[in-house]
Structure formats: C-alpha cells, structure tokens
Design a protein around this ligand. Structure first.
Ligand SMILES: Cc1ncc(COP(=O)(O)O)c(C=O)c1O
Length: 432
C-alpha cells in the first residue's frame, strides 16, 4: 500500500530528502519509456529517474549483460583485481571523450566523480582556488556542494575550496539576461577576467561548469561561451572541468558531449547518471598528466564494479548501435517545436529552452520575470494526472524539466507533448 509505505518512509528517512507529488508514487514496473505505479496506473516517463534511465526500462541487452555477469557468481571483487568489463568500458569512454591521452577513474555517483575531478585539479595545480558558476549543481559532498551555486542545495557553508563565482547563461533574469548572445559571451568573459583579478590570488586550479545546468533548470549559456572562458583560462594555466553528468552521451542531440557546442576540449570531464541506466556508475576522464596527480593511494571499493560496468558497456554499445544521439535530435525537435508553438507565447511562459532531449519550460507571473513555482507545481501535478512524469527544477522551482530516455519514439514524443500542452493550458487557466 502506497499510503502505508509513505508513512513508513516519513518515519524512517530524513525529511530533507524530497519526494515528488502531493501524493507520492511508488513505481513498481517499467518497460521501454513507460512505468506503472503500485496502484496500477501507467505513465509515460519524461524524466527517467532524473535523466538516468537513459535507454529506458527493461532493455533486454542491458538486462542480459548484467545477468551474464551475475551468472559468473562474481558481483564484486574490488578494484584490487583486474576487472575486464571495467577496462573495456574505460577504453571506450577514453576514446569517445575527445580528451587526448585520456585516463578514466570510475566512481559510484556524479558527486564522487566531481570530487575526484576537484581532487586531481587542485593537486595538479597546487591550489584550492576554484571558479564555479552561479545556479550550478555538482553534488552533495563538501567539495561538490562547495562548487554548487544554488542555495536550495547548499546544506553547509563548510567548504574545502576557495570558490569565486561566474555568471550563468540565464536569459530570464540576472545581470546578463537581456543581452544578445554575443554580448553575453563578451560580458561573461570580461566578468571572468575581473573575478580572477579581484577575487582570487591568481593561481586558480580549475573552472567547473555544466554545459546545460541540470538542477538549475536547464539554463545554458550561448554556444561558444566556454571557448571565450577557455582562452582566458589558458592564459593562466587554469584547468577546465566539464560536468557532463546530465549532458553526456548524446542527450543534447547535436553533440555527444555538451562541451562540444563550445569548440573546446576540457582537461577533465565527469559523467554519471545515464551510462549505468540505473546501475551505480560514474567517473572522471582526464588527460593522463592531470588525472595522475594523486600523490597517494586512492581507490573506490565499488567504483566500476563488474555489475555496473557490465551494464555500462551494454548501455554504451546500445547507444552507439542505435544512434540515440540522432534520435535525441530528431525527437527532441518535435517536443521543442511543439512546445514553442503551443505554449511559447503564453505570458506565463518565460522560456522554452534546452537541447535535444533535455528541455525545460520556465514559468513566471504574467508579463514579468517573477518566478511562479505554484503554477509550475500545478502543471507538474496536472501532467502526472494526465499520465506523464516530468521533473521540476531551477533556482526558484519554476522550471518544468523533461529528460526522457533517449530511445523515446516520435509517437511517444507526440503523446507526451499533448499531455504537457493540456497540463500547461489547464494549470494556467488558458482555454484549449
Ligand atoms: C550536473 C550534475 N553533477 C553532479 C550531480 C551529482 O550526481 P549524483 O547525484 O550521482 O551524486 C548531479 C546530480 O543530479 C548533476 O546533475
């Protein structure tokens, strides 16, 4: 019984771990892009467990790869022993990363991946000064939280790093909001120079940035901004870390990695979520000379274990064989165009944004840039009532987020689009 489970959840799990929906749901089975809850209600899933069920539910190739590994009797060995699946996956990721002479270190979560990236960057540069971006989210450990620019997720002021903050690519509010794309790039680069000169001791270790800010409501800077930043970083020898936890593996449709929209190559790249399609798998890729900057033993008991890397290999092979990046571009365009046409002009919609199958709708009070989280929540609940799971996000909780599995079909995209448009129109009180 869900009600009973909810009471038990509340009695034993911490209240700061949020549950979606006024009446939270328990998902008990799934297939393809659809899930069923404990009440037998079925939903089309446009959030995929926060962009993590990247291929979808119950995919035979992934299930069979994991079952084959389980059948060997070995679920775990520790990384003190050779793990064939891990080496194979590292080879594939290194080759696809775009980073020359790449090494891969596997972890269990995006938080740990960013923690590892920050460790090697600070060691490599012998500096604990970091540049981070406002409205970012990088994880829940001290260092990852320390570079997170979102008050809602900043549970502690304790920070092992010294952080200076850059502007995000927010087009709705903030100092750079209403500039043209070129002006925004120029202003952001000028801001970086000023931040370096005024808020740091010069010898900064790294800049960490998400190509599209996930938790931040799919805010992203104009293409090319990272190149403007990188030019300045290179003048100072500062490393660039691309957090690809949400944007990786072709989700943006146009590229395999989000950073590629900017014509730069990062020194370090972190990945998580989708590569395990639900199995705990994450990591950091970096140039050997940077990633080798660990002057002590460092290992992760579970990182890159035989089960998760069996899944990871199957996920990556499936993704490439089915060219899911192209699917993300094609099906994402149906969703984005459909949303823009149907609700883009409503005065409660500030922006329909994102790339590929990573799309957000930002809601404001009509005719202003004042966030409207209450309306967002009504849309969110109405979509669920209509049989569609979505996500929420943004600094003000006023962005509806869509990050469906990359296997989403055109029919499913149209079906979800219709539910979304109805939900937005009914919640906003607009006649159909
Ligand atoms: C961009 C980004 N980085 C890092 C993380 C942290 O990943 P995890 O929750 O696996 O620790 C997240 C999680 O949402 C994320 O979106």
């Amino acid at each position: 019984m869900t009600d009973d489970l909810l009471a038990r959840h509340r009695a034993v799990l911490p209240s700061w771990m949020p549950l979606y929906y006024a009446e939270p749901i328990e998902l008990v089975s799934g297939s393809g892009r659809r899930v069923t809850d404990a009440q037998g209600r079925s939903y089309l899933d446009f959030f995929g467990g926060v962009l993590t069920n990247m291929i979808g539910y119950d995919i035979p190739e992934i299930r069979e790869a994991v079952e084959r590994q389980l059948a060997t009797g070995i679920a775990h060995t520790s990384t003190l022993y050779l793990i064939r699946q891990q080496v194979e996956l590292a080879e594939k990721i290194a080759q696809r990363s775009g980073i020359p002479d790449a090494r891969v270190f596997f972890t269990n979560s995006g938080t740990e991946a960013n923690e590892a990236a920050l460790l090697v960057a600070t060691n490599h540069r012998r500096s604990h000064q970091i540049l981070a971006v406002r409205n970012s989210y990088h994880g829940r450990s001290y260092a990852a939280m320390g570079v997170t620019g979102n008050r809602n997720w900043s549970a502690s002021g304790l920070n092992p790093l010294q952080v200076a903050w850059l502007h995000s690519g927010d087009r709705v509010r903030g100092l750079l909001a209403r500039l043209s794309a070129d002006e925004q790039v120029d202003a952001a680069v000028e801001d970086l120079r000023e931040v370096l000169a005024t808020q740091t001791a010069g010898d900064v270790a790294a800049l960490i940035a998400e190509p599209i800010q996930g938790v931040g409501g799919f805010v992203h800077p104009p293409d090319g901004l990272f190149a403007g930043w990188k030019k300045v970083l290179d003048e100072h020898g500062i490393l660039f870390i691309a957090d690809e936890v949400q944007t990786g593996w072709g989700r943006t449709g146009e590229h395999f990695w989000g950073y590629q929209a900017h014509g730069v190559t990062p020194d370090l790249l972190t990945f998580a979520k989708g590569i395990g399609n639900g199995f705990a798998l994450a990591g950091v890729v970096g140039r050997a000379e940077v990633l080798e900057s660990v002057p002590a033993i460092s290992f992760s008991t579970f990182g890159g274990n035989p089960i998760s890397t069996a899944a990871g290999n199957a996920v990556l092979d499936y993704l490439i064989a089915h060219d899911l990046q192209a699917n993300a571009a094609r099906v994402g365009a149906i969703l984005a165009d459909g949303l823009r046409a149907a609700v883009g002009e409503l005065d409660c919609v500030a922006e329909v944004r994102g790339k590929g199958l990573m799309l957000g709708v930002e809601f404001v009070r009509p005719g202003s840039s004042e966030p409207d989280p209450a309306l967002t929540n009504r849309v969110f609940e109405a979509a669920r009532d209509g049989g569609l799971l979505t996500g929420k996000g943004g600094l003000h909780g006023n962005v509806l987020r869509m990050g469906p599995p990359l296997t989403l079909t055109e029919e499913e995209a149209r079906e979800g689009l219709a539910i979304l448009v109805d939900a937005i129109r009914s919640a906003a009180g607009v006649a159909a």
